[in-house]
Write a protein that binds this ligand. Sequence first.
Ligand SMILES: [Zn+2]
Length: 312
Amino acid sequence: MSTDFLDDPSEDDQALARLNEIGVSLDPEIPYRLSTMFPKLEGWGAKGGIKKKAKIIAQVEPSLKAMLHQGEEVLYIAKGIQHSFAEQYFMGIWAQSINQTVFVLTNVRLLMLRTNGKGKPKQTFWVIYYSQIEKFKGSWTGVLQLKLRDGKKLKFTGFPKLDRKTMPVVFEEALAKYRELGFDPEVTQSLENLCSDCYQPVAKGVYDCDDCGTSYWKPKDVALRSLIFPSWGDLVLKHYTIAVVEMIGFFMAWAISIVLVVDYLNTGEIGAIIAAGFILVMTHGMDALITYYVAGKGLHPRSRQPTHAANV
Ligand SMILES: [Zn+2]
């Protein structure tokens, strides 16, 4: 695919003129490369696409301003949904509520922000340097795949076709620059966690930010809470929708178990007690397992430094 459009200043002007015409304005403090940000300016669906994209951009701009480094330029922004088979299996459609992800491709790195459905950032952020990406590929089936250098594979759905087509091109171009410059930053894992407060990298297996002191939930602490009371783990992660769904499951499991115990008391049928025990172990155990997995995917703040508000 041609990448000629990437560095043409006149195309930036063209994009800017089109944005003004549509009535879309972006934060002037953020360096955007408009020619890559908006690859489709005219034609069927272009205007609607730009407006939709602008809404997502507006949601992430406040975080982005704090995240970007000196000289960093934003090349592309898009929103998709991280797909995990295990989560889809155990939480069904509800898994989507905790997996909305905005991609920000800059000239230096890929930033990933966990967001709500509209693109408003939550508290979990990651960085992937392009040198850590072995495969960045969109498919006609609607899936976007990332294969990382440390073997991790990430799958996303929900990115519009234009995004699935453009992002790999932007990535290839940025990676070529890396190779030219011999740029290969050191990381502790390919998908590096970023602090929710100061956006500095937090090393693999570390749950306190060295830079600002914010501390994060350890997956085992969250899982233990879910083992005791299903949905407790998701409450501390602020996954409220999932927590409500789990709480309904929890009460149903207990209601059925109580009925079974009453049945045992009346009939002396030992099978009822075994069934009740099985239901409770499954409900609590599975919830703990899945919460452990979810908590391990990124950082979730446990406490914030009181100085935080003053720093922003
Ligand atoms: Zn920090």
